[in-house]
Design a protein around this ligand. Structure first.
Ligand code: G16
Ligand code: MG
Length: 213
């Protein structure tokens, strides 16, 4: 019944969340901010500057940062992150990811990628799956990150499919909200207690069953 499937990248196709965690932790601690896995959960699907704002807002010292200082901090985090992902390869694909992409392809549906990561193209290259997508949104062209529906609506438009005919796949709360706000069917990857807005929640793409949604 769907005409296209639009995938998130981090946490759905590959686990870059761990690399984001390591890079943000070092950056946060350099600013005297305590950073743990629970904090990292809140940053999933949130763009780079938005994530930095959340980290700095939780600092005990509450000092003001200039826009230049913030850009420099974001850049430091990104350089570290890029170093960490430079060794990624197809072994970093999450279980079931390639099978899910191939199932959608065989069913004749269009395939899109909606990641707010400006490193998404690099990650796809490293994973060796760039050619499996009909359209990959360039995060640099997106004005409002998730939970705003902009990125999913752009993917649908470029794929030439109405939002109501799209299935969106997300692991983050902000991402599921974005899919629903776009008027799409939301498949959550994770836990139903967390992804309460999703239409269906599965544990990983290993359980992906296109005919069931
Ligand atoms: C991903 C991650 C976020 C990260 C964002 C921006 O979003 O989940 O934690 O902050 O990308 O990444 P970058 O700093 O590489 O531009 P998504 O939409 O892929 O889940
Ligand atoms: Mg994600």
């Amino acid at each position: 019944r769907f005409k296209a499937v639009i995938f998130d990248l981090d946490g759905v196709i590959t686990d870059t969340a761990h690399y984001h965690y390591l890079a943000w932790k070092e950056l946060a601690e350099s600013q005297g901010v305590h950073f743990d896995h629970e904090f990292n959960e809140r940053l999933k699907g949130i763009d780079r500057m938005g994530s930095l704002d959340l980290i700095l807002a939780s600092a005990a010292h509450q000092r003001q940062y200039t826009p230049e200082e913030k850009l420099a901090l974001a850049d430091t985090k990104n350089k570290h992150y890029q170093e960490l992902i430079s060794t990624m390869s197809s072994k970093d694909l999450l279980p079931g990811a390639v099978e899910a992409l191939d199932t959608v392809r065989r069913a004749g549906l269009r395939i899109g990628l909606a990641s707010v990561s400006k490193n998404a193209f690099t990650v796809l290259e490293r994973l060796g799956i760039t050619d499996k997508f009909d359209y990959v949104v360039d995060a640099a062209t997106i004005a409002r990150g998730k939970p705003d529906p902009e990125i999913f609506l752009k993917a649908a438009r470029e794929l030439g499919v109405a939002p109501a005919d799209c299935l969106g796949v997300e692991d983050a709360v902000a991402g599921v909200t974005a899919i629903k706000a776009a008027g799409m069917f939301a498949l959550g990857i994770g836990h139903p207690f967390v992804l309460t807005e999703a239409d269906v929640v599965i544990t990983s793409l290993k359980e992906f069953n296109l005919a069931a949604y």
